[in-house]
Design a protein around this ligand. Structure first.
Ligand SMILES: CC(C)(COP(=O)(O)OP(=O)(O)OC[C@H]1O[C@@H](n2cnc3c(N)ncnc32)[C@H](O)[C@@H]1OP(=O)(O)O)[C@@H](O)C(=O)NCCC(=O)NCCS
Length: 206
């Protein structure tokens, strides 16, 4: 699925790249996780998560080209658990100083691509009732509210909204997803998504 190389005046321009998280990324991503989710009593154990065959974690980097050795370039990350045809987004976050530049959206696009590549048909998540910013991002990609988990967040007992998008292999979603990616490319420029290492048919330029 090699798609959408974006060229300006014949030159390929890359703004960001998304790639799978590696062990070398763990110190930087753990630091970000503690900073960005300060109320969480049990921070994500990325060591365990990278060994978990049902989990996939990705990072967004501000390099023009993927650099697996420059952890400082990481400006966001996201993770999913994959269970019987369903993808559960467990986290998605962008550093405070890099927000509103399309990085969260790029991470979400990559997670949807991951779900499609693994033949999953549904993506779901929980989001705080107060987190309207994240809800807007998910709504943009077709997630709708399916229920409330009362007191889901242990730090504040805040309720969690369950948001889900299903039938992602259906024609309607795929057409809308294609359009959203095209709009993204026009608005934000090109980015590279590398979902496997080494490069495979699922890697592409957006
Ligand atoms: C949610 C989060 C990942 C969004 O990342 P981001 O890089 O700032 O978002 P983007 O620039 O890619 O925005 C994509 C879309 O999200 C929505 N969005 C993002 N920021 C928004 C804001 N401040 N107000 C309203 N909508 C917003 C919009 O729909 C936007 O699309 P648009 O550019 O067409 O308006 C980021 O705010 C974050 O890390 N928050 C803290 C961690 C968190 O809450 N994670 C979610 C857990 S469920």
């Amino acid at each position: 699925m090699l798609e959408l190389t974006c060229k300006y005046n014949g030159v390929c321009v890359l703004s960001y790249c998304v790639r799978l998280m590696t062990e070398e990324d763990i110190p930087r991503v753990s630091k970000l996780d503690r900073e960005l989710f300060p109320g969480v009593k049990m921070p994500t154990n990325f060591q365990n998560e990278l060994k978990n065959c049902l989990a996939r974690y990705i990072v967004a980097c501000n390099d023009k080209l993927p650099d697996f050795n420059n952890e400082d370039s990481i400006v966001g990350y996201a993770g999913v658990w994959i269970m019987v045809g369903e993808v559960h987004i467990v986290n998605i976050a962008v550093t405070n100083d890099c927000r509103r530049r399309g990085i969260g959206e790029l991470l979400l696009i990559a997670l949807i691509e991951l779900a499609l590549s693994m033949c999953c048909n549904m993506i779901t998540l929980e989001v705080r009732v107060s987190n309207v910013t994240a809800q807007k991002l998910y709504e943009k990609y077709g997630f709708t509210v399916r229920g409330i988990r009362q007191g889901y967040y242990t730090d504040s007992r805040e309720d969690g909204i369950i948001m889900t998008v299903d039938d992602i292999n259906g024609r309607a979603f795929k057409e809308e997803f294609k359009k959203l990616k095209s709009d993204y490319r026009k608005k934000r420029g090109a980015a590279e998504i590398i979902l496997t290492a080494p490069l495979s048919q699922f890697d592409y330029f957006l």
